[in-house]
Design a binder for this molecule. Structure first.
Ligand SMILES: [Zn+2]
Ligand SMILES: [Zn+2]
Length: 340
């Protein structure tokens, strides 16, 4: 079968690889129908993380079930599903606690399409067939009326944006929210859309990028053009989404005393300055950590079915499957690749 493969920094091609097969009775094989480019993919393909040889690309997708193990219940061949991007069993201690991104059965960062991070190749969604080792735990059915392309990013970036604000708005209903976007493209936009949908008081969106500010405004947020020097005011809930020390510093300064600062940034490389003294003095609660895909899907899918979250409004480019190699390295806030 064909698999979109990154062979070096900025070099992407279709490669022929063996088609995966079922290896157990709780597994599934799926055929990806729509694959979205995660915000981290451009960093993976650029070589920001050291490459460990060629790797399969793509980890956000809607797929069709093509084969199921004998013990899988509640799913049918031919059904469309969102595939959690992290491999997780659903029953170990961490999975049962909702921490499916840290499943005890796998090493940390066991994700599709991210072999440079984990060192293990689980396959990528820009392939004809993908093996899902725990079908019941990792697959969420897609309602018939929903469009596959619209849901391309739900298995990662959409739910990452959701979890950045939903738990904090549950504690402080109607609170004002500031999203600080300094390098991540789509996750902060999904966070803004979620904050509006969940009834935040005011949703402000700080960025130096005119294109994302215009899109944030269409989602119902108030755009704040900034060079990340000094925030205009403070907020009870702040989301940090980016890459730069200046952006993080701005997010911290914009968090009010006893407020909540949630980062969705991966901060590759390590040495990000963090003013712990300020956080201590002001009582700012700082939340970091990856999203837990399989655990979040049951919360996010109903919001999409109800039309309260509309991920398609963040999509800025859709290309056909054949055009994936070129499109995958070109800039776009949110790219979705669709199978004809
Ligand atoms: Zn991702
Ligand atoms: Zn597990």
């Amino acid at each position: 079968m064909r698999q979109l493969t990154c062979t070096g920094p900025g070099t992407i091609e279709w490669r022929d690889v063996p088609e995966p097969r079922l290896q157990g009775d709780v597994e599934a094989l799926v055929r990806p129908l729509a694959v979205a480019r995660c915000d981290i993919d451009l960093f993976l393909t650029s070589g920001l993380f050291p490459l460990r040889g060629p790797f399969a690309l793509g980890h956000e997708c809607v797929a069709e079930v093509v084969e199921l193990g004998d013990a899988v219940r509640g799913l049918k061949v031919g059904q469309r599903v969102v595939v959690a991007f992290q491999v997780s069993c659903g029953t170990c201690g961490p999975c049962a606690a909702g921490h499916t991104g840290n499943c005890a059965k796998y090493p940390v960062l066991s994700d599709y399409g991210m072999q440079p991070l984990s060192g293990t190749e689980y396959g990528g969604m820009l392939s004809d067939v993908v093996r899902v080792p725990w079908a019941a735990a990792m697959l969420a059915p897609v309602a018939p009326q929903l469009d596959s392309v619209a849901l391309g990013s739900v298995s990662d970036n959409v739910l990452d944006g959701y979890r950045a604000v939903a738990p904090h708005l549950a504690v402080s209903p109607g609170a004002d929210v500031l999203i600080v976007c300094h390098g991540l493209k789509s996750v902060p936009l999904y966070a803004a859309q979620t904050a509006v949908a969940l009834g935040a008081g005011r949703v402000d969106y700080a960025s130096d990028d005119a294109e994302v500010l215009a899109l944030a405004e269409r989602l119902g947020a108030c755009p704040l053009r900034t060079d990340f020097e000094k925030p205009e005011r403070r907020y009870p809930i702040v989301v940090d989404a980016g890459l730069t020390p200046a952006g993080l510093r701005y997010a911290i300064r914009a968090t009010e005393p006893e407020g909540t600062l949630q980062t969705v940034s991966f901060y590759a490389g390590g040495d990000m300055p963090m003013p712990l003294g300020r956080l201590y003095t002001l009582g700012i609660r700082f939340f970091a950590g990856r999203a837990h895909a399989a655990a979040l899907l049951p919360a996010v899918m109903p919001l999409i079915e109800q039309g309260r979250l509309r991920p398609e409004e963040v999509t800025t480019r859709v290309v056909d499957w054949e055009d994936a190699p070129a499109a995958y390295v070109e800039p776009a806030i949110k790219l979705v690749v669709r199978r004809p």
